[in-house]
Ligand binder design. Structure first.
Ligand code: SAH
Ligand code: SF4
Length: 423
């Protein structure tokens, strides 16, 4: 979502006559888009700002702006925290950016220019996208779920869906630019609704656009991933067999405390149903370890769930208290050491499971969308993805073009990657 927002900001600046440069030393304006989901992400931003400060001292006219959730959360405080920062602009305020830059240039620095309209969907702005074959498109912004650990609803505002025609028009433009894969983005795409168009209807309509060869979406919330959507994924060649469904914990007590609104049993039945309807989709999840009060038994329940459901990938995070959330009122009572031990155990288990799942693909044929040469290996190696979102590397002596859809036979795997030969 943040990468998409950066492209959106690049689009706004391009329309206002600004030009992007590759080398930071050449830049008059440096914008840092930020994430507040975990403290670690915020700390990295502050380190980055420090390093840009050195650059700014070399050229005192350089403007450094902080965008995104950290800007929304800290606002003017950011300017106190670092003298390098010229302004902070929250996720709903990007239309104001050219104006803010002009004010700076004319020596009238604006400090707190945050706005939060809760209605902004940037409908009429076309992002300036990084080159590639895969393009992101936000179909909604904000979130209404208020999971108790999560800062997102406070910083990105209420959930709002973008008009259908606007999404379809943008998809047509994206395809004309040469992108082959469209990724529909939202904090909870399954609650997309514009008029009488819900998410299953929207994704069907996107898939009808010529040239959109693959369609993915992220992310879904387990409380409303519908059988209707699963059937559409199963019956539509263009929609990837790829589901990102965050479970967060395998313990019912912790799920309740997290305000996730589903049980472990419901989640298991969803995955079982997805596999019944789709076959063997790529299933990925997020898990938080060390939520306040997470006992050894709660964690064992998570381990048990991971063993039982055998995901293709798990993104594990240590719980990070975020001021303003419900969970922040609770004691962060799991020690850093216990959080780290749980994280390591979960990652090791998942690595083994992913390897075993990938091993079953040895000898199979997989269709790959080619993303480009594989930079880590010798010439003649290319990299792409399966529709289940697995990275695949293959060798071929002739040139293969980026954006080609090719069939490869898998002959070797690791937990992360499939290796094969072009058929
Ligand atoms: N809307 C998405 C998640 C967006 S945030 C969804 O619900 O699926 C991405 C992930 O960050 C979450 O799934 C969660 O696992 C993690 N996360 C969010 N807040 C966190 C916190 N306070 N500490 C640690 N991890 C957190
Ligand atoms: Fe955060 Fe929950 Fe919304 Fe995802 S669904 S963004 S975890 S509040």
């Amino acid at each position: 979502m943040n990468k998409y927002d950066s492209e959106l900001v690049a689009g706004i600046l391009k329309s206002a006559g600004y030009e992007a440069v590759d080398d930071i030393e050449m830049a008059d304006i440096v914008l840092i888009n930020t994430c507040s989901v975990r403290e670690h992400a915020e700390r990295r931003v502050l380190d980055k700002i420090d390093s840009y400060y050195t650059a700014k001292r070399k050229s005192p006219h350089t403007i450094i702006g902080v965008l995104g959730c950290m800007a929304e959360r800290l606002g003017p405080k950011l300017l106190e925290m670092s003298p390098a920062v010229s302004f902070a602009l929250g996720p709903d305020a990007y239309r104001n950016l050219p104006n803010v830059l002009e004010l700076h240039r004319s020596g009238r620095p604006h400090t707190d220019i945050r706005i939060d309209t809760n209605t902004e969907t940037y409908t009429d702005i076309y992002p300036s996208r990084c080159k590639g074959i895969s393009a992101w498109i936000a179909i909604m912004r904000g979130c209404n779920n208020f999971c108790s650990y999560c800062i997102v609803p406070y910083l990105r505002g209420r959930e709002r869906s973008r008009p259908v025609d606007d999404i379809l028009d943008e998809t047509r433009k994206i395809v004309n630019e040469g992108f082959k894969e469209i990724v529909l983005l939202g904090q909870n795409v399954n609650s997309y609704r514009y008029g009488d168009v819900d998410f299953p209807r929207l994704i069907e309509r996107v898939s009808q656009i010529d040239g959109a060869e693959r369609i993915r979406f992220a992310t879904s919330h387990p409380k409303d991933l519908s059988p209707d959507l699963l059937r559409i994924i199963a019956g539509n060649e263009k929609i990837c067999s790829h589901i990102h469904l965050a479970v967060q914990s395998g313990s019912n007590a912790i799920l309740k405390a997290m305000n996730r609104n589903y049980t472990r049993e419901h989640f298991i039945s969803l995955i079982t149903r997805a596999r019944e309807i789709i076959g063997d989709p790529g299933i990925y999840t997020d898990i938080i370890v060390g939520y306040p009060g997470e006992s050894e038994q709660d964690f064992e329940d998570t381990i048990d769930l991971v063993e039982q459901l055998r995901f293709d990938g798990v993104f594990c995070f240590k719980y990070s208290p975020r001021e303003g959330t419900k969970a922040y009122e609770l004691k962060d009572d799991i020690s850093e050491e216990d959080k780290a031990t749980r994280l390591i155990r979960l990652n090791a288990l998942q690595k083994q499971i992913a390897f075993e799942r990938n091993s079953k693909l040895i000898g199979s044929m997989q269709r790959i969308l080619v993303e480009g040469p594989d930079k880590k290996r010798k010439a003649g190696h290319f990299m792409g993805r399966t529709d289940t979102n697995k990275i695949a590397i293959f060798r071929h002596k002739n040139q293969v073009s980026v954006g080609d859809m090719v069939d490869i036979r898998i002959n070797e795997v690791s937990g992360m990657t499939l290796f094969g030969e072009l058929i």
